[in-house]
Each structure stands twice: as C-alpha cells, then as structure tokens.
Ligand binder design. Sequence first.
Ligand SMILES: [Zn+2]
Length: 141
Amino acid sequence: MAFDTSSLHQYAAVRVKRSRIDGFGVFADEVIAAGRHIGDLTGEAITVAEARRRAQDRQRLMLVELSPSRAIDCSRSDDAMRFTNHSCAANARIEVEDGEVRFFALREIAIGEEITVSYGLTHHEGRLECRCGADNCQRRL
Ligand SMILES: [Zn+2]
C-alpha cells in the first residue's frame, strides 16, 4: 500500500511579493485546501508591556498577544508568514502553540491569492486605515 507522505507536515508553497493591501504580502503558490496548515512563525516571547513599548518605536511589526500579559514579537523572524497582511475578510487564521504562531486556511485558497488573517485587536488602536478592500471592511485597524 502506498502512502504519499510527502505532504505530511509540509508547509504550503507561498511566495512573498508586493501587496496592494500593504507593503509585502504572502501569496499562495499552489491551491491550499481548507483547514490546511500553511506555515509557522517563530517569535520572541515578551511581555505585553514590552510589546506596547516596541509598537511605539516601529511602524511595521508583527506582534501577537497570547494573553493579557504575554506576547510574541515576530518582527525579526525570517519566515515568509511574517508578511501576512490583515483583511477584514481573512482566508486564514492563526493559532498560537508552544510559542509558535501557526497559520491555517479557513477556506480553499487559489493560486496567486493573497493569504490574509484578521489581526483582531492591534496595537494601532484604530489609528491605521485598513485597505483590505473587502466588502465588509471595517476601515480601521
Ligand atoms: Zn479591511
């Protein structure tokens, strides 16, 4: 019996390129099935207080709050997923486990489609304009 194990624990093929949403984005380089584990992002575990301090110093950063006191700063990670943009109609979601941020497809994602997640509450506190272009766009981040 033959099993194709090549796809087990294998990240989806993605490509980082300029995004119309903001800066660079992550785009599917193959059809990504709904529910698939797309990729991971490793970061530096810090306190939320430190995360807030860093947010004031930098324009573009990737911070994930795990709890009221703990956060992960992924700004220095070299993984492609750190370029994931926010969309009010996201096609992926993040899950945090063992200090890693994991990305999963919420639905099938077409080749060439930008992979987006909903940032939820960000450190921008509604001061940034959202340019995701979704019909249900909240306009603010
Ligand atoms: Zn939006």
